[in-house]
Design a protein around this ligand. Structure first.
Ligand code: NAD
Length: 363
C-alpha cells in the first residue's frame, strides 16, 4: 500500500507562499519517483492569520499541526503588522508553535556549494567543502531561565537572567546531535563555556556521558569564544555542532554567513513527536509578490523533512544533488546572480531543480 504522510502547510506572509509553492512542486516530484503520497493541509499563521482571525496562531492551525506528520512553514511578518503590540505580532505565532510542539532541537545546516564559493565573505580555500550543521537547544537556557527581570538593589537598577539547564534537557538534545552525526560524517563538536560557567560544566559532563553510547562518533569540546574563531578559520573541519540556546543562536548566525546568501539556508526544529521545517530567512517584504525570491532554502527545508521526519534519506540527498547540479549549470535567482550566469525567477529555478531531480533519478 502507498505510504501517506500528512504535511501541515503554513505559507505565512510575504514571499512565504511563493517559496512554499516551489517546495511543494519538488515534493510532488519526489512523490512520483518514490511512490509515496504527501497529503497537504493548509493552515493560517502570522500576519495573514491576524487579518483573517485576529490571532497569529489560531487554534485551528495548532490543531492541524498536532495532527500532522510534519509542518512546512514559509515565513511570517511584514510592515503591515509592525506597529501591533509585541504579543499580537505575527512573530508571536512562531514562538507559540515552537513551544506548543516542544521543538527542543533547532537544526541549521550550512553548506557552501562550489558554484557559489565567490559569494562567501571568506577566501575560497578556507570555505571550500564546508558542510556543517548546528544543533541548538531551543526551549531552555538563558532565554527562559528564572529568576529574570530588572530590579532595584542598593539604590541602583540591575538586570538579571538565569542560565539553567537540567540533565534531561542536555541529554535529549545531545542524543539528537549524535544520532544526526551518525547519518553524516560522524563527528560532534560540543560548545560550552565550562572553564567559567557551572551550567556548562554540567553540560560537558552530560555530553561525555551520552558520547559513551556512540563510540563510532568522534567528540570534540570547544569553548564558545574559541568556537567562534574556529568557525571562521577552519569551517570545513566541522560536522555537527551541538550547543545551548544562546551560544547556538549566535554561532548559527555566524555560520549562516559562510554560504553568502540568506536564500540558501534551510532549518528544522525537532522534538520527540513533532517537527517543523522552514527557511532561515524572513518574509522579505521588499521583494514579495515579484516572483523573484530564491526558493532553494525552502526546497532544502523540505529535503530535511524527508530525511528527519520520513526517513527518506535517499530522496533528500537527491534534492541536494539536483540543487548542486542546477547551480553548476549556471542558473541563479537575483540574490545570488553574478555576471556570466543565467538569471531565473522563482518558478524558473524550481523548474530547473525539478528537471534535474527527474534526470538524476533515472541515472
Ligand atoms: P528577511 O530575511 O525577510 O530579508 C532580509 C533580506 O534578504 C531582504 O533584502 C530580502 O529581500 C532578502 N531575502 C530574504 N530571503 C530571500 C530569498 N529567499 N530570496 C531572495 N532574497 C531574500 O529579513 P527582514 O527583512 O529583517 O525581515 C522581514 C520580515 O520577516 C520581518 O517582519 C521579520 O520579523 C520577519 N522574519 C520572519 C522570520 C520567520 O518567519 N522565521 C525570520 C526572520 C524575519
Amino acid at each position: 500500500m502507498e505510504k501517506v504522510f500528512k504535511i501541515a502547510v503554513l505559507k505565512g506572509d510575504g514571499i512565504g507562499p511563493e517559496v512554499v509553492d516551489a517546495a511543494l512542486e519538488v515534493l510532488n516530484t519526489i512523490s512520483q519517483i518514490y511512490g509515496v503520497k504527501f497529503e497537504y493541509r493548509e493552515g493560517l499563521i502570522g500576519g495573514i492569520a491576524i487579518d483573517e482571525t485576529g490571532d497569529p496562531l489560531p487554534d485551528e492551525t495548532l490543531e492541524l499541526c498536532l495532527n500532522s506528520d510534519a509542518v512546512l512553514l514559509g515565513a511570517v511578518g511584514g510592515p503591515t503588522w509592525d506597529n501591533l503590540p509585541q504579543d499580537k505580532k505575527p512573530e508571536r505565532g512562531l514562538l507559540k508553535i515552537r513551544k506548543a510542539l516542544n521543538l527542543y532541537a533547532n537544526l541549521r545546516p550550512v553548506k557552501v556549494f562550489d558554484a557559489l564559493i565567490d559569494s562567501s565573505p571568506l577566501k575560497p580555500e578556507v570555505v571550500r567543502g564546508t558542510d556543517l550543521l548546528v544543533v541548538r537547544e531551543l526551549v531552555s537556557g538563558i532565554y527562559y531561565g528564572e529568576p529574570r527581570g530588572i530590579y532595584e538593589e542598593n539604590g541602583k537598577r540591575c538586570g538579571k537572567n538565569t542560565m539553567k539547564y537540567c540533565e534531561d534537557e542536555i541529554e535529549r538534545v545531545t542524543r539528537k546531535a549524535f544520532e544526526i552525526a551518525r547519518k553524516r560524517r560522524k563527528k560532534v563538536t560540543s560548545v560550552d563555556k565550562a572553564n567559567v560557567l557551572d551550567v556548562s560544566a554540567l553540560w560537558r559532563e552530560v555530553v561525555n556521558r551520552v558520547a559513551k553510547d556512540y563510540p563510532d562518533v568522534e567528540l570534540e569540546h570547544l569553548y564558545v569564544d574559541n568556537a567562534a574563531m574556529q568557525l571562521i578559520r577552519r569551517p570545513s573541519t566541522f560536522d555537527v555542532i551541538v550547543t545551548g540556546n544562546i551560544f547556538g543562536d549566535i554561532l548559527s548566525d555566524e555560520a549562516g554567513v559562510l554560504p553568502g546568501s540568506l536564500g540558501m539556508l534551510p532549518s528544522a526544529s525537532i522534538g520527540d513527536k513533532y517537527a517543523l521545517y522552514e527557511p532561515v530567512h524572513g518574509s522579505a517584504p521588499d521583494i514579495a509578490g515579484q516572483a523573484i525570491a530564491n526558493p532553494i532554502a525552502t526546497i532544502l527545508s523540505a529535503g530535511m523533512m524527508l530525511k528527519y521526519s520520513f526517513n527518506m534519506d535517499e530522496a533528500s540527498a537527491l534534492i541536494e544533488k539536483a540543487i548542486k547540479e542546477t547551480l553548476n549549470q549556471g542558473y541563479r535567482t537575483a540574490d545570488i546572480y553574478s555576471e556570466g550566469t543565467i538569471k531565473v525567477d522563482t518558478k524558473g529555478m524550481t523548474q530547473k531543480i525539478v528537471e534535474n531531480i527527474k534526470r538524476l533519478a533515472n541515472k
